[in-house]
Design a protein around this ligand. Sequence first.
Ligand code: PXG
Length: 456
Amino acid sequence: MNHPDTRTLQQLDAAYHLHPFNDNAALAQKGTRILTRGEGAYVWDAEGNKLLDGFAGLWCVNIGYGRAEMGAAAARQMTELAYYNSFFQCTTEPTVRLSAKLAELSPYDLNHAFFANSGSEANDTILRMVRHFWAVQDQPQKNIFIGRYNGYHGSTVGGASLGGFKGMHDQGGLPIANIHHIDPPFWFIDGGDLSPEEYGLVAARRLEAKILELGPERVAAFIGEPIMGAIGVYIPPMSYWPEIERICRKYDVLLVADEVICGFGRTGEWFGSQYFNFRPDIMTIAKGLTSGYIPLGASMFNDRIAKVLAEKGGELNHGYTYSGHPVCCAVALENIRILQEERIVDTCKADTGPYLQQRWMELGAHPLVGEARIAGMVGALELVPNKPERKNFAERGKVGSRCRDIALKNGLILRATNDTMLLSPPLIISRAQVDELVEKAWKSLDMTAKELGITC
Ligand code: PXG
């Protein structure tokens, strides 16, 4: 394929394109990296650099890049019926087939799909549906959502309000009313002398304290990512989620698992709730649902909620033009076919996942690394100034972004949140590619440490 020269594209980009989550003035100065091609676990940029994508795009390209069958599925559906809506008592075949497939794949009785275009929109749907669910049962005051500080649930008004990022709340007057937050479970910094399992219970009981403070009759739902991704892959102790579930049941608070990152095999299970052994009432899915090949999100509701909405909910005054878009649903079905037929989730659980975990944990021995952690194929490294201490750098973010830039020069994409290096590769990564990844990560840590004057 012929690409116009990189500089021209960068200039057009600087002039006409506002990037999400970026300092656009600084980026315009520096020039954007333009990606041109992907195959398997690798992407290429416009300068011809081949990069091992340790981040699966943005936590999403689970089946890897360049699968022609995905394009073929989209082309088939576009030719047959490119669009029809699910309003006006209509729908399309791929929409129905995907709903049934999701009911089959989803754990427990999360059998009912409402489609959106993204994880953010799916969470907005949940916010409205849950409040409606309680209102039609004569409990309109039961409308408070509890999320967690530094949780990420999207960038729409609802999603960003449910999330707990201060920087996001500061822009645009968020959170909206009746959304509260508790502290997240992060043993490395917050666990003190407690064992991780003891700490998991302590962290979960913050939810109980918050429910009692607000009044159980006012609390509609709790929402959390099984593993908190964007903030730095906080993997909670195994005691955390079952205790959260116990508390939610005790006070009849609905439990929402935001599976946008964890879903579709990331943890080696199909969904994060299966990895952590808890039963949500609702889950949010996106990203791995289509492996990022096309935008699609969904909210999955359990039988109890679907029944109440059907019997008492009346007309649902909610929906998106592209809810259940036939092309997106056809691509999602093809993605799920590939995941299942090629046993990608099983391989991640039983073979390449454990291998990646073993090799990733070896990085924990590096002098710059305070903790290595990983579940399935999602992991992190905490970069620290003094290895034995569980403490971050005083000036946050500098070392992490430097390490990320060095890794890129070494042909490896890792993401940095503050000084935490994040890992989430395509699930099809091979053992040889795991070796390449770990070797490049170690080399990048060495080079970062050298710049800091830490001897390795
Ligand atoms: N929930 C979770 C758990 C997510 O990770 C969303 C909802 C929103 O999905 P959409 O499709 O609306 O983006 C996400 C998205 C980061 C980063 O910096 C993470 C996401 C998005 C953008 C940046 O790690 N996750």
